[in-house]
Every structure is written in structure tokens, then in C-alpha cells.
Design a binder for this molecule. Structure first.
Ligand SMILES: Cc1cc2nc3c(=O)[nH]c(=O)nc-3n(C[C@H](O)[C@H](O)[C@H](O)COP(=O)(O)OP(=O)(O)OC[C@H]3O[C@@H](n4cnc5c(N)ncnc54)[C@H](O)[C@@H]3O)c2cc1C
Length: 463
């Protein structure tokens, strides 16, 4: 280990696992964005909180930035280390530490993979309801840091709703034990919530107390083919009025084409420009019949022209694949991702405005729309044409994102619904947050991270 700073870290923590091989620096130094060249000084893989605290004290003395790293499925560049930072990977801190049945709280380490957390909940006859396509790789630490949403926000909310307590290491190496699983705690500011969604810029999550929920009732999945954009919200209103929904998502024909090429089964004979996938409680025949009535009502009004309702859990899983695997199927095409939100009521007008921008500015680009339309969150992915260089493509997309950001400001929406600001959307933060808010965020950052070592350059640059 030639770098004297790393040698000093090794002396302070002789038992700390460090990786410095070029392949490791590349692997741990990036997330799903693949836009920046990874260049970390090293990768530290601590096994306990005390090691994390000591690493932070070392980083303060050496003035080395720290990039916390979970499953690196992030889509905003939050876990990218491109400027000589030390990556702290939480992959060895991946255990369930305990379960308290009366509180229904599972205590876990941050590197626990979401799917493993969901399985641990099932072992206690309960559920952890936050769920999305990256479940097999993303970690609860990353989910907390991004306040991850996913496909069942419409019923269960974002990760924030399920975090009963957090242990975090601040930018001075202090360990904070926040909220300790209390349901009611009106004793001053709730710093736990400040940490959730902070993208690792205020503290490193080293332990989380996660609330679990009652298992959901049996459900069915329905996919509907929708001929016109303006009818998507009519279909939503009809489904919401009659059914108890746990998910309501949409995607376009372009998205379907990509997932089918990726191995999913197209349930329809005819192509439709839009599709919705909805999951609803179906504990008995009556509720199943109600879904058929909703389908017929939409059909009679011309809002849908085809549909399929799952008859088995295997079929439900196959239908979910149409939505779940969109991000993965697009990844090799290096899409430019927009992850925006507006109030649900503003969706139709906002979608129309966005569509006009894209048709005018991007006539040559393949645009793939999908997302969590039931909670006002749209993902708009612009696919890079093979003949356009990566640099030209980003320049072009950023020009259009500036227009999109201005439209979002008009509709009082957000440039990042659930992926985070990271590096990708830093330029556009001011379209969503006021100058006063950003100044306060900087002030909070100075208190919790006075030396600016925690995920430097993410969310905003130092003032
Ligand atoms: C196929 C696919 C589907 C996806 N679908 C969704 C979706 O529906 N909804 C959604 O919200 N996101 C989605 N994402 C994005 C991504 O999975 C989430 O942002 C997820 O929460 C990131 O978790 P991670 O462990 O991979 O974090 P990483 O990518 O490793 O990190 C994300 C951020 O968290 C910080 N961080 C990580 N661990 C810690 C820690 N212990 N303490 C402090 N900061 C930390 C990192 O520095 C970074 O800023 C999807 C991604 C993919 C690839």
C-alpha cells in the first residue's frame, strides 16, 4: 500500500479490510449511472460501527472524502467515487441483529439486501412492504439514504414510513442513536428524518430499526391496454374508486418492446401506446368479480381496449415482470434518466406539457416512459442513439432537462421523486428547492459534517 494516508489508516485499524486492486476500485467506485470514471483511493469494508467511526476520524485528519456504498444500484451517481475518495462499502455489515415481536421491529445492519430484509420479515409472519426491481441487490442503507419508493408507495409510502430508529456516524465520527424505535417522540427535532433521503451527505447509517407490517391480503394483478394518454388517469380513478389498490404503475409500448426483448411475455396480441399494471386486494371471489366490473366499465368508456387479470401467483409474477424489468432491460442502452414527480392531480397537464417538449426537442430520440403514476412519479428514459457519442448525448439531454426543470417549477413538482439528486441532478436542484431552502441545507450540512468529508459534491457543491 504505497499511499501514506492509507498506510496510516492501516496503522489505526489493523483489522480493517481494505481493497485497492484496480478491478475493486472500478467495481465499488460507481453505481448504475456509468457516467463517471471511478477513481477512489481505496475501498474500506468495515465489519462494525466502531470501525466506521475510526475511519471517519481518519478521514477528517487526512481531509479525504468518504463515499458510502450499498448495493450501487443507485441511479443518480450518489455512490460514485470519481475524485480520490475512500469508499466505505457496507457489504460486510449485512446482518439482522434482532427482532422485537411486541414492537414488530427488526434491527438490521445497513448492508442487508432489501430482498433478505423482506424474507426476514416473512419469517416473523409479517411484511416489509417497500419493494422494487432492484430488491435483489440494493441495501437498506442505500434505501434509507435515498428514501426509496418503489411499486407500493400508493399504499405503504416510501422507506421513511418504516424507519423507527437509526444509528448514524456523523462527519466528526460521533455516533447518534436516533429515535430508538419510539412511535411517539415529540422531544425536539427528529434528526432521524433528516438522515433519510440525505444520500449519505449528513451521516453514515450503521444500524436501522425497521417497522414491519401485517402481511397483505391475497391480491391479483391486472394489466390494461390504454389507447390514449389522457385516459390513464380515468382508469386510475375507476380502479381506485372500486378496488383496494396496493400498486398502480404505467408503461408505454416502447417499454414493453424492451422488456419483451429482455425475456418477458407480452400478454396482448395488439400493440397499445400505454399500459397500466395494478395490484389490488382479492381475498375472495366477490373482489375478483369487482375487478372484472372495473375492467368492463373502462372498456365501455373506451379508456382501455384490452386487459388481463392474473389467475395464479405465477401469472401475477409474470405480469409484474413487464414493469419490474424495464430499468434492467434499458441499462445496456445507456439511457438518460428523468425521475420526476408532480401532484397526482397535475399529472395529465404535466404529461401533456412534457410530451410537447420531447416531441419538439427530441424528434430523433427513442423515449421510454414508465413509472409510479399512482403516486405522481414518472420515469422518462431517453435512449442514446448508437451513432451519438456519450458526451454529445449528455449535452443534448441536459439541454432538454433544463426545459423540463422549468416546466416542473411551473407545476411545483420535483426533479427527483425517488432516485435522489446525487451528481446527476445537482444542476437542477434550484428548480425544485428555493434558494432559502438550499442555504438551510448547506447550514445543516455544516453542523453534521463540518469538514465536508461525507459524500462531497453530492446533492450540492460546497458554497
Ligand atoms: C432495476 C432497478 C430498479 C429500481 N427501481 C427503483 C424504484 O422503483 N424506486 C426507487 O426508489 N429506486 C429504484 N431504483 C434505484 C435504487 O435501487 C435505489 O436508489 C436504492 O435505494 C439504492 O440502494 P443501494 O443499496 O443500491 O444504494 P447505492 O446505490 O449504493 O447508494 C445510494 C445512495 O445511498 C448512499 N448510501 C448507501 N449506503 C449508505 C449508508 N449506509 N449510509 C449513508 N448513505 C448510504 C450512497 O452514498 C448513495 O448516495 C432502481 C434501480 C434499479 C437498478
Amino acid at each position: 500500500m504505497t499511499d501514506p494516508r492509507m498506510a496510516r489508516l492501516g496503522q489505526r485499524l489493523p483489522g480493517l479490510l481494505l481493497k485497492t486492486e484496480p478491478a475493486d476500485l472500478e467495481f465499488y467506485g460507481r453505481d448504475w449511472t456509468r457516467r463517471w470514471t471511478p477513481n477512489p483511493i481505496a475501498i474500506a469494508l468495515p465489519a462494525q460501527s466502531e470501525e466506521v467511526q475510526e475511519i471517519v476520524r481518519w478521514a477528517v485528519e487526512e481531509r479525504v472524502g468518504i463515499v458510502p456504498s450499498g448495493g450501487r444500484t443507485g441511479l443518480s451517481g450518489g455512490a460514485v467515487a470519481a475524485n480520490g475518495e475512500l469508499v466505505i462499502s457496507f457489504e460486510r455489515m449485512n446482518r439482522v441483529l434482532g427482532f422485537e415481536p411486541v414492537d414488530r421491529i427488526l434491527t438490521v445492519q445497513p448492508g442487508l439486501v432489501l430482498e433478505a430484509l423482506q424474507r426476514a420479515a416473512i419469517e416473523h409472519d409479517l411484511t416489509y412492504p417497500v419493494d422494487f426491481g432492484a430488491r435483489g441487490s440494493c441495501t437498506i442503507g442505500g434505501n434509507i439514504a435515498t428514501n426509496a419508493g418503489g411499486i407500493r408507495v400508493i399504499r405503504y409510502g416510501n422507506t421513511r414510513e418504516w424507519i423507527a430508529g437509526l444509528k448514524v456516524v456523523t462527519g466528526t465520527g460521533a455516533l447518534l442513536d436516533l429515535n430508538r424505535g419510539l412511535i411517539k417522540n415529540s422531544s425536539g427535532y427528529d434528526l432521524r428524518h433528516l438522515m433519510i433521503g440525505a444520500e449519505g451527505t449528513l451521516g453514515l447509517v450503521v444500524e436501522a430499526s425497521v417497522r414491519l407490517a401485517e402481511p397483505p391480503p391475497p391480491s391479483n394483478v391486472m394489466v390494461l391496454a390504454v389507447p390514449a394518454m389522457q385516459d390513464l388517469m380515468q382508469v386510475f380513478a375507476a380502479c381506485r374508486r372500486s378496488l383496494s389498490l396496493s400498486a398502480f404503475e404505467f408503461f408505454t409500448d416502447r417499454a414493453l418492446e424492451h422488456v419483451v426483448r429482455h425475456g418477458a411475455q407480452d400478454p396482448f396480441d395488439q400493440v397499445s401506446p400505454f399500459y397500466v399494471i395494478t395490484e389490488f386486494d382479492a381475498p375472495d371471489e366477490a373482489r375478483h368479480a369487482l375487478a372484472l366490473e372495473v375492467f368492463e366499465h373502462c372498456l365501455n368508456n373506451g379508456w382501455v381496449n384490452d386487459g388481463v387479470i392474473s389467475q395464479s401467483s405465477a401469472q401475477a409474477a409474470s405480469l409484474w415482470r413487464l414493469r419490474d424489468s424495464i430499468t434492467e432491460s434499458l441499462a445496456p442502452l445507456k439511457p438518460y434518466k428523468n425521475d420526476i414527480s408532480v401532484r397526482i392531480s397535475a399529472i395529465p397537464a404535466f404529461m401533456q406539457a412534457m410530451r410537447e417538449i420531447f416531441e419538439r426537442e427530441y424528434p430523433q430520440f427513442d423515449i421510454v416512459w414508465f413509472g409510479h403514476i399512482g403516486d405522481g412519479n414518472l420515469h422518462v428514459n431517453v435512449i442514446k442513439p448508437a451513432a451519438t457519442s456519450d458526451t454529445e448525448f449528455i449535452v443534448e439531454c441536459e439541454r432538454v432537462t433544463a426545459l423540463l426543470s422549468a416546466t416542473l417549477t411551473r407545476y411545483q413538482g420535483s426533479i427527483s421523486a425517488e432516485h435522489g439528486i446525487g451528481l446527476v441532478k445537482k444542476k437542477y436542484l434550484a428548480g425544485t428547492r428555493s434558494d432559502a431552502e438550499i442555504a438551510m441545507m448547506r447550514g445543516i450540512k455544516r453542523v453534521l459534517d463540518p469538514f465536508g468529508i461525507l459524500n462531497p459534491g453530492k446533492v450540492f457543491d460546497p458554497a
